[in-house]
Design a protein around this ligand. Structure first.
Ligand code: PGA
Length: 253
């Protein structure tokens, strides 16, 4: 049996969080410092406005901070955008790219996602690249074809286990309370592992494959036990320290 990668439990706060929310972040940091995430690594990706303060709060603890997106360029005339270099400078270690909300709200293509992931890696961040099918695509039996195409087209050149994380997030499971069955998750994650091995060679075995979409304390143990699931990307439930820590606790003991 090959050694499984060290799991990663990451929270995506999306467009939620004011300065007052840093108290939840402190509670998450304290829980992680007390061993609450067991053998898992942990990260929280707050909105860009809080990245620097969050990184300051988490500094010296095992809790990492990430951004939720980054521009493909390091700097320049791109009003309103944030570069990977800026996130790194603010203390981030990760950048989520290609989340379905960005693919939908901002019409981001996989080619753009690839460029963003490459920018994140070039800036010294670990890119968390999101892929996932819509409800219609799943019903049409196109899940693996859709996910495979997104992976091929979004895959950053030269990616390694330390610089790339893939998050499988079925769009219909995000924020809905619905989740695929463990067998469905296993089918997709085993498929993604095969793609990772093909695209990254031996490094592909160590690339973390996160499941995301309605992960909560009550379903985390079942989902995290699935073959080739190396952690979770958590939206709603990451906003509450107690829920995030209850999910991460799956990796204790
Ligand atoms: P959710 O979001 O946990 O609220 O379903 C997951 C995500 O979009 O990363």
């Amino acid at each position: 049996m090959t050694t499984r990668p060290r799991p990663l439990v990451a929270g995506n706060w999306k467009m939620n969080g004011l300065k007052a929310s840093l108290s939840e972040l402190s509670a998450i940091r304290d829980g992680v410092m007390a061993g609450g995430a067991g053998r898992a690594q942990t990260a929280i990706c707050p909105p860009a406005t809080l990245v620097m303060a969050a990184a300051d709060l988490a500094s010296g603890s095992p809790l990492a901070i990430g951004g939720q997106d980054c521009h493909a360029n390091q700097s320049g005339a791109h009003t309103g955008d944030v570069s990977a270099q800026m996130l790194k400078d603010a203390g981030a270690a990760y950048a989520i790219v290609g989340h379905s909300e960005r693919r939908t709200d901002h019409q981001e293509t996989s080619a753009q996602v690839k460029a963003k992931a490459e920018a994140a890696i070039a800036a010294g961040l670990t890119a968390i690249v999101c892929v996932g099918e819509s409800e219609a695509q799943r019903r049409a039996g196109e899940t693996l074809a859709v996910v495979g195409k997104q992976l091929e087209e979004s895959w950053p050149a030269g990616a390694a286990a330390a610089t790339l994380v893939i998050a499988y997030e079925p769009i219909w499971a995000i924020g809905t309370g619905l989740t695929p069955t463990p067998a469905d998750v296993a089918e997709v994650h085993d498929f993604i592992r095969g793609v990772a091995l093909r695209l990254a060679g031996a490094e592909g075995a160590g690339i973390r494959l996160l499941y995301g979409g309605s992960v909560k304390p009550s379903n985390a143990a079942e989902l995290m036990a699935v073959s080739n699931v190396d952690g979770a990307l958590i939206g709603g439930a990451s906003l509450k320290a107690s829920d995030f820590l209850a999910i991460a606790a799956v990796y204790k003991g």
